[in-house]
Write a protein that binds this ligand. Structure first.
Ligand code: URA
Length: 233
């Protein structure tokens, strides 16, 4: 994210941010940076020596690596909260929904309990997009089973889902419910078990391709507005 944009997350206007930057008050990883367009991550930026503080409720997007639990604490394994930057650690983040330990991709972490609650509420049918590498190559007729919905499992009946093969032969699924192991169970049902799975988006907010696995950043104002609209807030 641009340095001037990061400083506006503290509540400064864009022009105040630029003035602070040209005065040499903004530092990235301990070094003064006077270029407002410099690309940095909020957690490495300090303003006049102080770590940045984001006002109000904060939502972060995390590119979750495999092997990480979507939990708030665990004695043995890393959790998604371990990736929250130190300067935000005491703000009370919680994950929005869950990804399995082996699944990578977008996890939203928020201090806003109401937003989290609404985004995972089954009534809201918030779209989540996944990219799955599966065994074999699904036929159109098999994808049609997922598109139609109505697949009965012991604990739920699937809703209609988006299901397309990408040019690379990956299966792109758009789901509007959050059932346990849903993608894996749906893919197994059509005879193509999942080999690896990544979540690409939630409620129209996509995983930033600039975020490497293990990196997180605050949502932009536009992303935040989109999510709040999807959540009906
Ligand atoms: N479906 C799954 O099977 N696993 C996830 O983590 C998310 C969706």
């Amino acid at each position: 994210m641009r340095l001037d944009k990061i400083l506006t997350l503290t509540g400064l206007t864009r022009s105040q941010a630029r003035k602070a930057i040209s005065a040499g008050l903004a530092q990235v990883a301990g070094q003064p940076v006077r270029d407002a367009a410099f690309q940095a991550r909020p957690e490495e930026v300090t303003l006049d020596g102080a770590p940045m503080a984001l006002p109000g409720e904060v939502t972060l997007m995390l590119h979750k690596p495999a092997g990480v639990l979507t939990a708030t604490e665990d004695r043995r394994l890393p959790t998604v909260l371990d990736f929250v930057p130190d300067f935000l650690k005491n703000r009370g983040f919680g994950p929005v929904g869950r990804l399995d330990r082996d699944v990578t991709g977008l996890v939203l972490l928020t201090t806003d309990g109401q937003l989290a609650h609404r985004l995972i509420s089954p009534r809201r049918r918030v779209e989540k997009v996944y990219l799955a590498q599966v065994e074999g190559r699904p036929l159109e007729a098999e994808l049609e089973i997922l598109r139609r919905g109505g697949v009965a499992f012991s604990d739920f009946v699937s809703l209609p889902a988006g299901a397309e093969l990408t040019e690379e032969g990956l299966l792109r699924l758009t789901l509007t419910e959050g059932k346990y192991h849903e993608v894996k169970r749906l893919c197994a049902h059509i005879g193509h078990p999942v080999r690896s799975l990544k979540r690409l988006s939630i409620g129209g907010v996509g995983l930033d391709p600039a975020l490497a696995e293990g990196q997180c950043r605050p949502l932009t104002a536009e992303e935040e507005a989109r999510l709040r609209a999807v959540a009906g807030l």
